[in-house]
Design a protein. Structure first.
Length: 168
């Protein structure tokens, strides 16, 4: 499935409709489409936020959307205090899916190779069966942390995929 076809199919979906498998696979493998969908989701959330302008009224024909005076005053006070307003559309701190897959494969390869290496042989001789308990505990902890970080940093994908909706 090419990018244009996958993105058009995604845009055809109704709100909270599950994403088809082909589109999901494309989004997992294509970083540009995944970024576009993420930005589209953020824009939708920002527009649906309370106190947001819900119509296309523009202030004085300037091309700038009209903002509620209370919201404008609050933003001016935040800026005057030297605090920064969060950038809702920033993708800094994102790790691509390819890097997640490579790190997971490296983690699994390390766990598979270590018992057969010189260090693994020495550990078995020095600690006996106690080595296996600690080794498998460390492996389990590392996989749990890796999975937790993966889900935590890609939570927007999982919320969309499983249709999790916050109660009103």
């Amino acid at each position: 499935m090419n990018c244009e076809k996958a993105f058009n199919r995604y845009l055809e979906l109704d709100k909270f409709e599950s994403v088809p498998l082909g589109v999901t696979l494309h989004l997992l493998l294509c970083p540009s489409c995944r970024t576009a969908v993420r930005r589209l989701s953020r824009a939708e959330r920002a527009l649906a936020a309370p106190l947001a302008v819900s119509h296309t009224e523009y202030a004085c024909g300037s091309g700038v959307p009209a903002i509620d005076p209370a919201v404008r005053e609050a933003i001016e006070r935040i800026n005057a205090a030297g605090l920064s307003y969060p950038d809702l559309f920033s993708d800094r701190g994102r790790v691509s899916l390819t890097r997640w897959l490579v790190s997971g494969a490296a983690l699994a390869a390390g766990f598979a190779i270590l018992p057969f290496s010189d260090m693994g042989a020495w550990s078995r001789l020095a600690f006996g069966t106690g080595y296996l308990v600690s080794y498998f505990s460390v492996c389990g902890l590392a996989v749990t942390v890796w999975c937790g970080l993966f889900v935590g940093t890609n939570i927007d994908f999982f919320v969309k995929k499983f249709g999790i909706v916050r109660p009103a």
